[in-house]
Design a protein around this ligand. Structure first.
Ligand code: ZN
Length: 163
């Protein structure tokens, strides 16, 4: 993350510039665009810039053109939608990012966005979930640190939050 004020490069996950103390999380939020979904989870994915006390969780998906923002409400399932079987529809569909080829399960992780700090839980995924290289125990919530690198099979995402 490059600081927009002093232009120095900070380590991933740093939300206050280590060189000039500029607030990098706010800069991250400004890069986020609203993600529109066509189901009833849409409200959870709206950016809540008007509610500074509940800043959204920001998710970077490797090779995605822009990050997505997740409001701090409820539980969000990350996985991939199967065009032939719509019985499982994840809240965040990673199929546009080659999820199937990269070994993402249809319901891979649950992000508990409402609690603080947020947690993720591997949902007995076929290829596992790794945080900073360590494999998670299935069905056991893991407390995230902002900036953690999370690997679903071989698909890499990074999750940021403030507070
Ligand atoms: Zn700076």
């Amino acid at each position: 993350m490059k600081c927009p004020v002093c232009t120095k490069q900070n380590r991933p996950g740093v939300i206050v510039c280590e060189y000039c103390n500029n607030d990098l999380y706010t800069a991250l939020l400004e890069k986020v665009s609203t993600k529109q979904l066509d189901n009833d989870r849409e409200r959870m994915l709206q950016i809540s810039k008007t509610m500074p006390s509940s800043n959204p969780i920001v998710v970077y998906i490797r090779h995605a053109p822009e990050p997505i923002a997740i409001s701090r409400l409820g539980q969000i399932i990350f996985g991939r939608e199967d065009v032939d079987d719509k019985t499982v529809v994840p809240d965040i569909d990673l199929e546009p990012f080659d999820a199937q080829d990269l070994g993402v399960s249809r319901e891979h992780i649950a992000l508990d966005a409402e609690i603080h700090p947020p947690t993720i839980t591997d949902l007995d995924s076929y290829n596992g979930t790794f945080v900073n290289g360590e494999r998670l125990t299935p069905q056991a919530p893991y407390t995230l640190t902002s900036g953690d690198e999370i690997r679903l099979g071989r698909l890499v995402i990074r999750i940021f939050y403030d507070g």
